[in-house]
Design a protein around this ligand. Sequence first.
Ligand code: GDD
Ligand code: MN
Length: 384
Amino acid sequence: MQVTVIVPTFNEAPNVAELVRRIAAGAHGFDIDILFVDDSTDDTADVIRTVARTSPVPVRLIRRDEPTGGLGGAVAAGLEAAASDVCVVMDGDLQHPPEDIARLVARFRRGDVDMVVASRYIADGASAGLADRSRVLVSRGSTAVTKAMFPVRLKNVSDPMTGFFLVDRRAIDLEQLRPRGFKILLEILARRPLRVAEIPFSFAHRFAGDSKASFSQGLSFLAQLAALRFGKMSMFAVIGAAGAVANLAIVWVLSHAGMTDLAAMIIAAETTILANFLLQERYVFQDMRDQASGFLSRFLKSFLFNNAELLIRIPLTALMISTWHISVVIATGITLVAAFVVRFLFHSLVVYAPRRRKAESSVPSRARHFVEELDRQALRPGEL
Ligand code: GDD
Ligand code: MN
């Protein structure tokens, strides 16, 4: 088996020789080559070229003249240029012990996963190398928030913030990646479902040089989280807005056709609720459907929620106007925005919540089979 080790570097000159020596020494039972993706402003590239001449394993260097996407962009460029499909991504400062590459490869060789993550947070993994107490808190806190925001995708991943992992390039879509900043693993995991295993590892201290982590990296991480998660929310909003326009159009048509106002409003509301649900199934929550409850159950939850919301929203708006003495336009605006957020949260956390695994033995019932078939038919691509 051939494994390419991708190492993003930014001013890591004093670490290169030691890193290459330890990677080469630890590669037993598979072939290894090293690909540095360098954005340095110092002489790291020269040092890499010098070390490459005497290295026992092949060493390649990509010097990026336009270092887009920072650390994440460098890793993406490395994945694209790697000589083999099986790639290990690791830092260039020896905080990721090169001896653990063999353990990542061994786990991958069992053949049941696309990715193996080296985690600080399982079994005897450790994060001793985090600079101080506050970095430990930031790391733990952001891990918890991240996992809460991606409950399905990160179900099997205890350490989505690690920069040390093995990935089979064939399982990811490089075109899809929009890497920015430090957290490329999260970007990969959030984009597409992968089969993931973890092994514990001890995050060591830096061998030499200084960390490039900074406050602005923290901010860019938050922006990345929002973009990855609320990418869904923006699609949800687009569909909701289209639904509101359709709602008006239907009311207009029906009342012009002579229907009573109330009947026209009810038909328009229910039609758009139904259409919105089908569109959201297809375009917003498509990646969460498989693990959620069945089609009928999702539909009922969504339908009941939307109707309840409709019933509550009007009197609530009236109450706001009478107690806060605000205009009807402002009150409607506030309730519409609030309803949008609550609706999105309800759908992502309740309607599409991963269902608890039942005992393996439960044979799918006839009804279940029927619903699943309906689900499959209703969601065939290109029908909506
Ligand atoms: N090419 C390139 N371009 N490499 C970069 C850049 C960049 O803009 N910024 C940082 N790097 C490289 C560093 O040279 C190093 O090899 C690696 O990315 C990690 O950077 P560090 O400066 O060592 O950051 P850290 O130790 O604070 O953060 C690491 O720890 C996290 C776990 O807490 C990063 O590895 C994260 O990936 C890891 O998750
Ligand atoms: Mn580091």
